[in-house]
Design a protein around this ligand. Structure first.
Ligand code: LLP
Length: 402
């Protein structure tokens, strides 16, 4: 039981709380599911990029999947070794590619033929060999929210099979490229196994056809995407997930890399906010809280459902309310038509499943400082990011006033 009231008094609100012990459980379960093979879990840093969270995974032996050089730097700072860091993303700048090659990370996950050309050129300038993998877009519908679907040709991610093959041949013939891996990631919050299995099969077949032309890869990177329970979703078990993937690899000697984000952190996180007021507009009742869409964007952006818990002494009947923040947008809501009792000033609203894509997608919109973040471990709470102040927000502008 998390003592939300005590924590809110001690650290103030709005507040992000992460239960690191829960993250350990999730990590261990998924790692165990792949035990029949060599595997590396490369935590998808974008899900929750707080340094203390990344460090927690580093201590368990995790690698990192990064999508900017900033994330690569975070991974290093948090103690993840270079040989477990992967750098993906459709738009890497020359500077990012240069730094990734110089840092000697495990591989750069290349997402287009043009990018492969840049990586080769930069590696040549540096007189180095860059390890690469190719992100294959298997054109499989992952059956998830269109905004977080990535494995269809309609999506900007990865390359089709024939381009991928050309890229491997080019890389294999280059003095400055070393093709070591193959990658796919078809989407996020996946709750159906079939598209994952089908994608793995397509990509494993490509590995076999590369073997036939003497291109031997070492890493089979299945991306992330494993779904979690926000509401009453039926989930894929970690066992079934791993078995489906491993079943496609018969006869292949490859290390499996998996890049979970949400699965490891989402349900470890809570966003805690205070009730400011209740108000009625015609038939509609609103609960206005001190947290807002700048803290947690998912409901506004994807109409995502997050379970809400009210911490209150109120014993009244529940009615259907909208839970909204102070930001000047009608999209600034956490839930609509949600059953809650009457609430009082300073009662707490706890938004569940907030540990992934919560804080990281936050902003300073409306000149609101970002919340503090705290970690719970073995029942102890500690601050892992200070609350942003007004001075923090204006630090990069204030010297330019004339
Ligand atoms: N690997 C790659 C290449 C990815 O693009 C992603 C997520 C992951 C791994 C981790 O996926 P996960 O295991 O967390 O599903 N903001 C959205 C999610 C965007 C996911 C982007 N890529 C949300 O709030 O639902």
């Amino acid at each position: 039981m998390i003592k939300f009231k005590e924590l809110a008094t001690q650290f103030k609100t709005p507040l992000y709380i992460y239960n690191l012990d829960y993250m350990t459980t999730q990590y261990t379960e998924l790692k165990d599911a792949f035990k029949a093979r060599k595997s590396i879990l490369c935590y998808a840093v974008k899900a929750n990029s707080n340094l203390s969270v990344i460090k927690h995974f580093a201590k368990m032996g995790s690698g990192a999947d990064c999508v900017s050089i900033g994330e690569v730097r975070r991974a290093f700072l948090a103690g993840i070794p270079a040989y477990k860091i992967i750098f993906s993303g459709v738009g890497k700048s020359d500077d990012e590619i240069r730094e990734a090659i110089e840092s000697d990370i495990l591989y750069i996950n290349v997402e287009s033929e043009a990018e492969l050309g840049r990586v080769e050129m930069i590696a040549k300038e540096l007189n180095k060999v860059s390890r690469i993998s190719v992100r294959v877009n298997p054109n499989i519908d992952p059956k998830t929210h269109p905004y977080i679907s990535t494995g269809l040709h309609d999506n900007k991610f990865g390359v089709d099979l024939s381009s991928a093959k050309r890229m491997y041949i080019k890389a294999n013939n280059s003095d400055n490229l070393d093709p070591v891996g193959i990658h796919f990631h078809i989407g996020s919050q996946l709750t159906e196994l079939k598209p994952i299995y089908e994608s793995a099969e397509i990509v494993a077949d490509l590995v076999r056809s590369l073997q036939n032309i003497k291109i031997e890869l070492k890493f089979f990177d299945v991306g992330g995407g494993l779904g979690i329970k926000y509401d009453n979703e039926t989930l894929i078990s970690t066992y079934d997930y791993a078995q489906a993937i491993l079943s496609t690899l018969k006869g292949l000697d490859l290390t499996v890399i998996c890049e979970p984000g949400r699965f490891l952190t989402a349900n470890a996180g809570y966003f805690v906010s205070k009730v400011l007021y209740e108000k009625q507009n015609g038939k509609k009742k609103f609960v206005v809280i001190d947290g807002a869409m700048n803290d947690l964007l998912r409901p506004a952006l994807y109409s995502a459902f997050h379970k809400i818990e009210a911490i209150t002494d109120s014993k009244t009947e529940t009615t259907l309310v909208d839970i909204v923040g102070p930001v000047c947008e009608s999209g600034d809501f956490f839930a609509k038509d949600y059953p809650l009792p009457d609430l009082a000033h300073n009662d707490l609203i706890v938004v569940h499943s907030a540990g992934a894509y919560g804080f990281g997608m936050g902003s300073n919109y409306n000149t609101r400082g970002r919340s503090a973040e705290i970690a719970l471990e073995g029942g102890k709470a500690r601050l892992i990011r200070k609350r942003e102040t007004f001075d923090d927000l204006i630090a990069l502008e204030k010297d330019f006033l004339d």
